[in-house]
Ligand binder design. Structure first.
Ligand SMILES: Cc1cc2nc3c(=O)[nH]c(=O)nc-3n(C[C@H](O)[C@H](O)[C@H](O)COP(=O)(O)O)c2cc1C
Length: 176
């Protein structure tokens, strides 16, 4: 068991959990749900990988990730799953609105496309998604991206692929 790396994940509909478990399998380290991770359990870990979802443009649970990192003194590596395809410009804007300049430099951060799962979504999230869909429907002068998003979020979908983990797994193998 590789005890120098621990993966902690926050996952509501399963995409982040699946990536976390695949990564743990590749690296031979532990992957714990956020509720099972505390500073005591992280003792001895040198790299804390925190996996979470994008939520309304934010990194869900970023404060928790930073707190765990401070408490454990481990290096923090972040991965975020989301529904957006992850083109460079959109991703750049996403990271810039969530991380400070210093964090962008210091915290390796990765985006892994997941999907959407209405079946496993809680009522609040479903409500928010309905609002987002209605906003897009009512928008005048829709861009091609708006139209693609509107079509994509009409149903559950799964674009996740274990291959998306490759750059993150490589970093962790090179500098565990
Ligand atoms: C209310 C809501 C807001 C979301 N906002 C974003 C977003 O801003 N960007 C994005 O790429 N995905 C967004 N998503 C999609 C989730 O990030 C995506 O489904 C993620 O993979 C879920 O991870 P989980 O299954 O581990 O909970 C949103 C989903 C919900 C329900």
């Amino acid at each position: 068991m590789n005890e120098s790396i621990v993966i902690v994940y926050r996952s509501k509909t399963g995409f982040t959990q699946r990536y976390a478990e695949q990564l743990a399998g590749e690296l031979g380290c532990a992957a714990w749900a956020e509720r099972d991770a505390g500073p005591e359990r992280l003792r001895g870990c040198r790299t804390l990988v925190f996996g979470t979802r994008a939520h309304a443009g934010r990194v869900d649970g970023l404060k928790r990730a930073l707190r765990l990192q401070r408490q454990s003194s481990a290096r923090l590596v972040l991965f975020v799953t989301g529904a957006m395809p992850g083109d460079a410009a959109a991703l750049n804007a996403f990271w810039r609105q969530n991380l400070t300049e210093e964090q962008l430099r210091e915290i390796p951060h990765f985006y892994l496309q997941g999907g959407l799962c209405y079946e496993r979504m809680g009522p609040v999230d479903r409500f928010l998604m309905r609002g987002f869909a209605a906003m897009l429907r009512g928008k005048k002068d829709k861009t091609p991206e708006d139209e693609a998003t509107e079509r994509a979020i009409a149903h559950s979908f799964d674009c996740s692929d274990p291959a998306f983990l490759r750059p993150l797994a490589e970093l962790l193998r090179e500098a565990p």
